[in-house]
Design a protein around this ligand. Structure first.
Ligand code: DQA
Length: 147
């Protein structure tokens, strides 16, 4: 099956961005590990990072026709702002898991609302780069048998 991993704004800076909050792993490290894990499970994982909301919306829309069975998404700051990305996920009706490196519930009040959580299959947050590993594990266990 095909899985799509999406990363929102500023996650291209992982590794150097507030390492005390987000850890030292780079986005390339995370993508490489998840691709290897998916590959070992006989699945295909594609990843995309963008700082632009419309790029993420366009990629989600394209997922409807390209065989994507599951979406893993760290919407980053768009978590707290983007009705457009929420609507795109609802439109394609592909199951998704919401991921955060940090635990937004332990941070500023404005991070405690997500436009995604109530539509997600599940949410993994607070485990640094491990959040991505746990989310992929959960997705692999939930792939539809025919995908
Ligand atoms: C984040 C949490 C968001 O609040 C923040 O805007 C991010 C990263 C995380 O992974 O912890 O950019 O999604």
């Amino acid at each position: 099956a095909q899985l799509l991993l999406l990363h929102g704004p500023n996650l291209n800076l992982l590794g150097s961005r507030e390492p005390e909050v987000y850890g030292h792993a780079t986005l390339a490290d995370i993508d490489a590990e998840l691709k290897a894990t998916a590959d070992a499970a006989g699945q295909v994982l594609e990843s995309l990072q963008s700082n632009a909301e419309h790029v993420l919306v366009d990629r989600i829309q394209a997922a409807r026709g390209d065989g994507t069975a599951f979406i893993l998404i760290n919407p980053a700051a768009f978590t707290h702002t983007s009705v457009a990305i929420r609507d795109a996920l609802a439109a394609v009706a592909i199951p998704f898991i919401e991921i955060h490196l940090s635990n937004p519930h332990a941070r500023e009040p404005f991070r405690q609302h997500s436009y995604f959580s109530d539509k997600a299959v599940g949410v993994v947050c607070g485990f640094g780069a491990d959040s991505y590993r746990y989310a992929l594990d959960a997705a692999l266990r939930r792939l539809p048998p025919d995908a």
